[in-house]
Design a protein around this ligand. Structure first.
Ligand SMILES: Cc1ncc(COP(=O)(O)O)c(C=O)c1O
Length: 637
């Protein structure tokens, strides 16, 4: 039981409990029916659509859970917010340079997402950042004349040739030098093709940033030039009389930077580099500050790894202010500002929806009121602990219950106690432990030995999804995403839960959740209603998750449905991409589905010969096998 639920429960109570109005950034809230709704702003006013209505539209189109839902309007809105915030900061400060955003493709490479970003970003001339040859190839097809393309990462000759041709097409394609070895190839290919390159230099700023990437920031960052390497690049360009090509300075402090002071310190250091390169004769003109703009996943607006202690407006204003205050005293013209915000651009627009398939409770069932006649002494001891609970110290009761339960387990191993007696003992232990957990709220101070008790008794809800496929960062780096049911918010969520996925892996679970008071180990959820789906949403997961996901246990890509919400409150399903079939995932790991079918066909044929199955059964088996090959990798009702 969740001790924090009130007898009368409203959507506002739920909103507070799950923090949706804090992390939802105005995009998500609860409606009067107690359902999560997405809110979209139009010039004529806001429109709210229930996720349950979208889910039912998805089901009518034949897609089972789990589904990755993309809401195009939110991508559109985030691009507008970022660009407008920079434009405002620039206008307010009297900054004499413009802002150009680029989207780092690695943050979400899905064709549909990139198409949407290029489409919605066109009015701001929002460009792209490519960190590999494959990303460059897709960017070249997506961008047009005058668009900005920043090329980071290691570049071979083919990469450089493509980038140089892009420039001929009018794309402003910058090669950002990450390592000194790239420069000779750029110079050689530029001479060979007769195309002058646009060059950027990526510097390692020494300022370290907080957050999950702190260890790879500063001097230990794997990318960027040290001061010695920067000078070598500068001198080579001078010798080759190509210093005029050095038109961009780049730095990337890290992703998800929670503290605005770290951002200010990094930008200031970048500006010092900028000023000195200008003094050295480089024309520059563009200052690219990389990514790092954080998403407030918990809604606490704090200097915490999953949050940020600044607003978007503050981020933009501070960058503009630091650049001006560093360059103005030196009489240096204001550069064009570029940022490569990935996470903040796409996180909000995608959410994972899945259903709960089953539950394990850790509580006593059908417990007799008194020990059975002739019951084992150890079991009788446990009954006594339970009956004396009200008058005994809670820690002492727990110690005793644990002791007697473990003794019972020992005797069972030695064959001195029966399975039924052991089961009764385990049941009694759970009854005592649940009862103690329920009383902890009455204590002024919870004893250390009882502090994890409620969590250890939490239900396990089995979700129809794979952490490794859909939310890899929760497993890999302990990322927290907001998780909550998308309906039933007029009922109190009385269960404390951890969510296990479908993989046979004990790491395949969600057991760290956001809470108004910080993080919590269990999530309050509703008891399942028989015959009714219980639907969970994982929000703000549009960044990094889709391509980092893997095929653990051969759970493949989920269905993806992209919707656009209209001004009249209706929505259009813009795209539906079927998730991987079993044949798809098997072929990813080098099986040939046709050969598998053939192999089963000959086993079935042999079984018919032996008389183990008849021809009709053979047919049914093969039809079901073929249907499974075509089917979804997730649990189907
Ligand atoms: C060079 C570069 N630019 C931009 C980004 C995107 O950062 P973020 O998602 O924090 O905006 C990254 C990611 O770490 C990066 O390495």
């Amino acid at each position: 039981m969740n001790p924090r639920v009130k007898p009368t429960w409203t959507a506002d109570d739920s909103a507070r409990l799950y923090g949706i109005r804090d992390w939802g950034a105005g995009y998500f809230d609860l409606n009067a029916q107690g359902e999560v709704a997405v809110k979209v702003a139009f010039p004529t006013g806001g429109v709210t659509v229930s996720l349950m209505d979208i889910v039912s539209g998805i089901a009518q189109r034949g897609h089972a859970m789990p589904v990755l839902l993309r809401i195009e309007n939110l991508l559109d809105a985030q691009i507008a917010l970022l660009n407008d915030a920079f434009r405002r900061a620039i206008a307010e400060a009297g900054y004499r340079g413009e802002y150009r955003g680029v989207f780092p493709i690695k943050v979400n490479q899905q064709a549909q997402v990139i198409e949407e970003i290029v489409h919605f970003g066109a009015r701001y001339r929002h460009g792209l950042e490519a960190g590999s040859k494959a990303e460059l190839v897709l960017a070249l097809a997506a961008l047009g004349e005058g668009d900005l393309l920043i090329c980071n990462g290691y570049k071979d000759r083919e990469f450089i040739d493509l980038g140089l041709w892009a420039q001929k097409l009018g794309i402003r394609c910058f090669f950002v030098i990450e390592s000194p070895s790239e420069l000779p190839v750029i110079l050689e290919r530029s001479r060979a093709l007769g195309i002058k390159p646009l060059i950027g230099a990526r510097v390692k700023v020494s300022a370290k940033v907080g957050g999950l990437w702190t260890e790879t920031s500063g001097d230990r960052s794997s990318f960027g030039l040290s001061t010695t390497q920067l000078i070598a690049v500068l001198d080579t360009l001078k010798q080759e009389e190509m210093l005029d090509c050095l038109q961009l300075l780049h730095c990337h402090l890290g992703s998800q930077i929670p503290d605005i002071q770290d951002i200010r310190a990094g930008v200031l250091e970048a500006c010092r580099y900028y000023a000195d390169l200008i003094r050295e004769g480089a024309p520059l003109g563009t200052l690219d500050l990389g990514g790092g703009l954080a998403v407030d996943y918990v809604g606490s607006r704090a200097n915490d790894v999953h949050s940020r202690n600044y607003t978007l407006d503050e981020y933009c204003a501070d960058i503009v202010e630091v650049v001006m205050s560093t360059l103005d005293p030196q009489g240096i013209a204001h550069p064009q500002l570029v940022t490569e915000s990935g996470r903040a651009t796409v996180a909000y627009s995608s959410l994972l929806l899945f259903n709960i398939l089953d539950v394990t409770h850790f509580e006593a069932v059908d417990l007799p009121t008194s020990p059975p006649d002739g019951g084992h002494e150890l079991v009788r001891n446990l009954f006594r602990v339970r009956d004396d609970l009200a008058t005994t110290d809670l820690q002492e009761s727990y110690n005793d219950a644990l002791y007697w339960r473990d003794e019972i387990r020992e005797l069972f191993k030695r064959g001195q106690i029966s399975l039924r007696e052991r089961s009764l003992g385990e049941n009694l232990f759970l009854a005592v432990a649940q009862s103690i957990a329920g009383r902890l709220d009455t204590l002024a101070r919870v004893p250390a030995g009882l502090q994890g008790l409620a969590e250890s008794l939490a239900d396990i809800y089995y979700g129809n999804f794979s952490v490794f496929q859909s939310l890899p960062d929760t497993w890999a780096i302990g990322q927290i995403f907001p998780v909550m049911p998308i309906h039933r918010h007029l009922e109190p969520p009385r269960r404390q839960v951890i969510i296990s996925d479908l993989t046979c892996d004990c790491d395949g679970k969600l057991d760290n959740f956001i809470d108004a008071r910080g993080e919590r180990k269990t999530l309050p959820l509703h008891p399942l209603n028989p015959g009714e789906e219980y639907l969970i949403g994982v929000f703000l997961m549009g960044a990094y998750q889709e391509t980092l996901g893997d095929l653990h246990n051969l759970f493949g890509d989920t269905h993806v449905v992209s919707v656009r919400i209209n001004q009249d409150g209706s929505f259009d399903v813009m795209k539906e991409i079927a998730g991987d079939s079993i044949a798809d995932v098997l072929s990813y790991v080098e099986y040939q589905p046709q050969a598998l079918f053939e192999s089963l066909r000959s086993s079935a044929e042999a079984a018919v010969r032996k008389g183990t199955i008849d021809i009709g059964e053979r047919q049914r088996l093969l039809e079901e096998y073929a249907a499974s090959l075509r089917g979804y990798t997730y649990f189907e009702r």
